[in-house]
Structure formats: C-alpha cells, structure tokens
Write a protein that binds this ligand. Structure first.
Ligand code: NAD
Ligand code: WQD
Length: 337
C-alpha cells in the first residue's frame, strides 16, 4: 500500500513526503520539475529512505499516470501539483487553467478508474478573498481574484461534483501562508527568480542576495498599519496532511473543506521583527505603496481542523523564522548551492 504525492518535489510536497514516511507510509513521489529539481528528491531521500519511489512525469499525461497506478499499490493520493504564482497567472491564464485544472481532472479520472477513493487536495485561503468575518471559517463565501485563485475555486467545485457522483472522498485543505522549513535545513522553499512572497524575500535580504524589503502599505486598519496574515509552519502543514489521510482512512466521506492555519495573525512588521531576531541582525526595509490585489487582513478559524482531523498547529512565528533562516543560510542559493 502506498501514498501517491503529486508535486512531491515541491516546497510543501517535500515536507509532506517526510511526514508521511515518519507516519510509516510507503510514498510514491510524482513531479515534472516545472518548479522543482532532482536535488530536492535527493534531499527527501536523504531524510527518509533512499528507496523512496520517484516518477518524473507530467500529471496531464494519462499513460504515465496509468503506469504509476499499475506499478504501485496506491491507496490514497495527495495532490499538490499546480502552478502557484498569482501575478504570473494573470499574464498566462491559459497555462494556469490548463495545468491546474487539467491535472486535477486527469488525476481524479485515473483514481476512479483504478479504484482509489481517498484524495487530499491543496486548496488555498485565497478562495476567501477579504472575508467579512475574521477569523474565517469554512462556511464563509468563496470566489477568486486571479486566474490562479479561480483554478483553486474551480478545482474545489470539480471535486465536489465528482465526490457526489463517483466513488471518491476528498478533503480540500485550504492553506493559509506556509513558511519555514524542516528542522534539518536540508529541504525548504526554493523560489525561481525574485520571490513574490514575504518570508522568502525577507530571507534573501538577510542572506545578502537582495538589498532591502519593500513593505507594501502601512495605512491598513491594523495595529501597526501593515497587513495581517496567518503564517503557518510548513511542518505543521505537512502533519495536517497525514491527519487528513487518516481521517479518510477512518471513514470520512464526501468532499470536505478544512482550513489549515494557526488562528494567529501577524503583521508584516511583526514578521520582519521575528525574522531579525532569528537572523541576529537588522533586516533593511522601506515602506512603499500597497500592492495591487492585496487584502488587509485574514487569519483562520482552525477549529474545524481540530474537530475533523484531530490536528492543531504547534509551531509559532519564531519557530517558523528560525527554521526558514536555517534552510536559507545553509543553502543561500537554494538546492543549486
Ligand atoms: P511548488 O511549486 O513548490 O510545488 C508544486 C510542485 O508541482 C512543483 O514541484 C512542480 O514542479 C510540480 N508540478 C506542477 N505542475 C505539474 C504537473 N502538471 N505535473 C507534475 N508536477 C507538476 O508549490 P508549493 O508551495 O509546494 O504548493 C503546493 C500546492 O499548494 C499547490 O497546489 C499550491 O497552489 C498550493 N498552495 C500553496 C501555497 C503557498 O503559499 N506555497 C498556499 C496555498 C496553496
Ligand atoms: C504576505 C504579506 C504583502 C512581499 C499569496 C497568494 C495566496 C497564497 C499565499 C497560494 C502581504 C506583504 C509581501 C513583499 C510585502 N498562495 N509583502 N513585501 O499575498 O498573503 O498570499 O501567497 O495559494 O494565494 O496570494 O502572501 O507572502 O505574498 O504576502 O510587504 O515583498 O506580505 O503585501 O501583506 P499573500 P505574500
């Protein structure tokens, strides 16, 4: 019996592969390296077992997918594989719809054809936009503001319809803002080019690859004027996936949306202060205009994850910054160092 992890060489997939191995599962990783590399697979194997199976394939390739299901006894799937850059999705909408929806539909079809019923899907708090009520619960209205966001919204709907009609049970995990790295510092987030996300940007400033952080907006209605997000340690997130698979194995059926967040919001300036503490020196920054499309504040109500999955986060913003810095300082140029 094995767990198929699509996008398994990526940031969240690599940490989840380690957590799955620690839970005693056999893992099959699948990735096309469109946003990752073979070095990540080597690093996962070094932390787990040199025998962890890896298949280099595009998830939209049905023959490749059939061969994975035929050659391994897959009983459950975690589906991470997707393009994820909001700005790029505005420039290349068809690439995003093709990759993210094509992958999800092709995978769900293959699962049904091969009699595999348990699926955990990577969704995002982006489906909430700016919620009226914070902390946000899973029953809040959903929508999208970018092609990327629409691919998550549409994938959720596709899976909801598929679960209603077919022998398929799904947990839609709505991640808040994953940061941090495995405590070993040997796997972590390795963005291509200049990072869009706050913490990878801050860490590249800290290591000297970038000159200074631009803080997008200081006139929000928050205690220090900067925007609030719910940052979650990637290892907590990984453990949430193991808990989700266990809930499905325990008989949870249908299609269930679950927030994976900490329930704690941090401002941009609070993140920069925690990062400075972890790094041990000041991180240069300047306040600039708001970034188009940004919301003011969001954090999760994680109660449903605790009730449904028996999961709760255990690492705080200082743990996140310590571990992200440990990865960045050990690998200043990511996996290619
Ligand atoms: P990532 O880019 O590091 O990992 C995704 C992996 O999928 C990459 O290794 C990439 O090469 C692979 N991939 C993409 N398309 C593929 C295809 N067609 N076939 C095979 N492999 C393919 O991203 P991540 O941060 O690990 O995110 C994982 C998932 O979580 C994504 O679905 C993303 O949308 C979602 N998510 C991420 C965040 C975040 O901030 N990182 C937040 C919410 C949701
Ligand atoms: C966090 C805060 C920025 C960079 C994005 C996606 C979302 C989800 C997670 C996948 C914001 C501020 C950032 C910088 C800054 N991904 N910031 N200077 O925007 O909450 O969410 O990633 O599903 O879909 O939109 O995350 O890390 O980009 O920004 O001041 O250089 O940091 O304005 O307030 P975001 P982020």
């Amino acid at each position: 019996m094995a767990t198929l992890v699509t996008g398994g060489a990526g940031y969240i997939g690599s940490h989840t592969a380690v957590a799955l191995h620690e839970s005693g599962r056999e893992v099959v990783l699948l990735d096309n390296f469109s946003n990752s590399c073979a070095e990540a697979v080597d690093a996962i194997r070094a932390l787990t077992t040199s025998g962890m199976a890896f298949v280099k394939a595009d998830l939209r390739d049905r023959d490749a997918l059939d061969s994975v299901f035929d050659s391994h006894e897959i009983t459950e799937v975690i589906h991470f594989a997707a393009f994820k850059a909001v700005g790029e999705s505005v420039e290349k909408p068809l690439d995003y719809y093709d990759n993210n929806l094509g992958s999800t539909i092709g995978l769900a079809r293959a699962m049904v054809d091969h009699g595999v019923e348990s699926l955990v899907f990577s969704s995002s708090c982006t489906v909430y936009g700016q919620p009226d009520v914070i902390p946000v619960t899973e029953s809040a209205p959903t929508g999208a503001e970018s092609p990327y966001g629409w691919t998550k919204y549409m994938s959720e709907q596709i899976l909801r319809d598929a679960c209603a009609a077919l022998p398929l049970n799904t947990i839609l995990l709505r991640y808040f803002n994953p940061v941090g790295a495995h405590e070993s510092g040997t796997i972590g987030e390795d963005p291509n080019g200049i990072p869009n996300n706050l913490v990878p940007f801050v860490m590249q400033v800290a290591v000297g690859r970038l000159e200074k952080l631009r803080v997008f907006g200081s006139d929000y209605n928050t205690p220090d004027g900067t925007a609030i997000r719910d940052y979650i340690h990637v290892v907590d997130l990984a453990e949430g996936h193991v808990a989700a698979l266990e809930a499905l194995a325990g008989g949870l059926s249908g299609c269930n949306a679950v927030n994976l967040g900490t329930g704690v919001g941090s401002t941009v300036l609070e993140v920069v202060a925690a990062a400075s503490d972890a790094v041990g020196h000041h991180i240069p920054s300047e306040i600039v205009d708001r970034r188009a499309g940004d919301i003011e504040k969001i954090w999760a109500d994680p109660a449903h994850a605790t009730e449904m999955l028996g999961w709760t986060s255990s690492r705080d913003i200082h743990d996140m910054m310590r571990d992200h810095w440990n990865w960045q300082r050990s690998n200043p140029n990511g996996y290619k160092s």
